[in-house]
Design a protein. Structure first.
Length: 209
C-alpha cells in the first residue's frame, strides 16, 4: 500500500544525484509495458494478476507478490526471488531538498520503492550486488527520473556497499528513489532479469490504497 507519511524521506542527508533527465517524467511516449498496464488498469484499479508467482517473461504483480528471475552479478548468474513491498511518496518541498538546485524538483515528488531480493541459488554474491539497479519507477505509465543515493538511509533500506557474501536463502531489501510528477495517481515498480527486458515484473501501487 502507498504510505502517506512524509517523514521517511531523507531531508538532511547529502544531496542526491539526479541521474536521468527530468524530461523523462513528461515523455509522451509510453513503453509497451506501461501501455499494456494502462489498458488493463482502465476502470478497475490494478490489472489482473497472473495466478503463478513467476510467469515466464514477467507480468503484473500485486503488492507483496513475488516473481523469480535471473540476474548476472560479478560473482555469477544468480536466481532471485523479487517482491516490491511498498512505495512511499514524499512532498514537493522534500524533493527540492534532495537535489542541488531546487528548481530541478519543481512540480515533482520523490517516490521510494522497497524491493526485497532473495538469493535462490547460483552462487554467492561477494559484494556490491547490482540486482537493485534493475528497479525502475513509473508514474501514471511514464518513466521517472532516478535519484542516486536518495534511499539508503530510509528505514528498512540497505546500502549495497554494506551487503557482502550474500548466500542462497538470504534476503536483502534494496530501495530506489525516482522523481515523479506531483499528483501522480498510480506508481509502477518495474524489475526485469535476464530475458525480461520486453516484459518486466510490474507491481502497481495506487495513491488511493
Amino acid at each position: 500500500m502507498l504510505h502517506t507519511k512524509t517523514t521517511w524521506l531523507r531531508v538532511t542527508a547529502p544531496v542526491a544525484v539526479l541521474a536521468l533527465s527530468l524530461t523523462a517524467c513528461g515523455d509522451k511516449k509510453d513503453t509497451s509495458a506501461a501501455q499494456d498496464g494502462k489498458k488493463s488498469n482502465a476502470g478497475a484499479g490494478a490489472p489482473k494478476t497472473d495466478k503463478t508467482s513467476d510467469p515466464a517473461g514477467g507480468g503484473a504483480r500485486k503488492p507483496g507478490q513475488t516473481g523469480t528471475g535471473r540476474f548476472k552479478e560479478e560473482s555469477g548468474n544468480i536466481t532471485y526471488e523479487v517482491v516490491a513491498q511498498k512505495v512511499h511518496m514524499g512532498t514537493e518541498a522534500e524533493a527540492k531538498k534532495l537535489v542541488s538546485d531546487p528548481k530541478d524538483a519543481k512540480g515533482l515528488v520523490a517516490a521510494t520503492a522497497w524491493v526485497k531480493f532473495t538469493n535462490k541459488g547460483g552462487g554467492v554474491v561477494k559484494e556490491l550486488p547490482k540486482v537493485g539497479n534493475e528497479t525502475e519507477l513509473y508514474g501514471d505509465g511514464r518513466p521517472g527520473a532516478l535519484l542516486i543515493g536518495a534511499a539508503e538511509d530510509d528505514p528498512g533500506c540497505e546500502d549495497t556497499i554494506d551487503i557482502e557474501n550474500w548466500k542462497a536463502g538470504q534476503s536483502h531489501t534494496i530501495c530506489q528513489t525516482y522523481m515523479l510528477p506531483k499528483g501522480t495517481k498510480s506508481v509502477e515498480v518495474h524489475w526485469a532479469g535476464e530475458g525480461q527486458s520486453a516484459s518486466p515484473f510490474i507491481w502497481w501501487f495506487s495513491s488511493a490504497d
